[in-house]
Design a protein around this ligand. Structure first.
Ligand SMILES: [Zn+2]
Length: 252
């Protein structure tokens, strides 16, 4: 057995909460108010009911607190080890698709993703996960097809799933493909949320990387997901209106 120094546990600092506006992963929230989200800049002001941003975000259901964070991180770390072995060609009995499905099934607090296109199969898997945990996704390349109807007309299948859709002609969709589980674990790379993408990865024809460095996971979320989620980017380039798949959905 390799040596393990419990001192490393002092560096284990899972995210505390999500920003209500941009869903950024907030790893440290000071008690002092006002508090400004470092990603979108929204200000949290003190009130009698919520003296700190942490109190407010917890009341809004945006706490990232886990019942047993160490056990959960161990489960995700084991999943990551198996997925890397598979992606590196060291084993064939744990295909990338299985790693993805197990990751979705393991989530306890939230799932965030960006993709160009989405297959019916994986949309179903995400809707199933959204029976338990909030799922937020940015989906580009949307056509007026069965998937579109599934995401809009049948959004009530999974009320905990929220999406932002970009049509096929949009030039402002995010290129980075990410799937983030509980702010602790991420897949990144070229594979979209499609069956063919994840099955091609098993043949080495799509690049998928497993990320377990929590700083990188937070950066992926806060750099590639949150700014698009609120409809702006760090360069303050004009973005096309983002259309929520809620009751206010206005069409692609
Ligand atoms: Zn924010």
């Amino acid at each position: 057995m390799q040596p393990f120094d419990i001192d490393s546990l002092l560096r284990f600092a899972p995210p505390h909460a999500l920003c209500e506006r941009c869903c950024a992963l907030l790893t440290s929230i000071p008690d002092a108010l006002p508090y400004r989200c470092p990603v979108c800049g929204v200000m949290y002001l003190p009130t009698d009911d919520y003296p700190t941003a942490g109190h407010y975000l917890e009341a809004r259901g945006l706490s990232m607190a886990l019942a047993d964070p160490v056990a959960h991180a161990q489960k995700l770390a084991l999943l990551a080890r198996r997925a890397r072995a598979s992606l590196n060609g060291q084993t064939t009995d744990y295909p990338p698709m299985r790693a993805l499905l197990e990751a979705l099934n393991t989530a306890q607090r939230c799932i965030h993703f960006t993709t160009f296109g989405i297959s019916a199969f994986l949309l179903g898997a995400l809707k199933l996960a959204a029976q338990r945990v909030p799922v937020r996704g940015i989906i580009s390349g949307i056509k007026r097809d069965e998937i579109y109807r599934d995401l809009t007309t049948h959004a009530g299948d999974a009320p905990l799933m929220q999406t932002r859709l970009f049509g096929q002609d949009s030039q402002w969709f995010p290129h980075q493909k990410i799937i983030i589980i509980d702010g602790l674990f991420a897949f990144k790379g070229s594979a979209n949320m499609t069956d063919i993408g994840w099955r091609k990865a098993a043949q080495g024809r799509e690049h998928i990387e497993v990320i377990t460095d929590m700083r990188e996971v937070a950066e992926l979320n806060n750099r590639f997901f949150s700014p698009v989620w609120v409809g702006f980017d760090r360069a303050e380039q004009p973005t096309e209106p983002i259309i929520p798949t809620s009751s206010t959905y206005g069409g692609v």
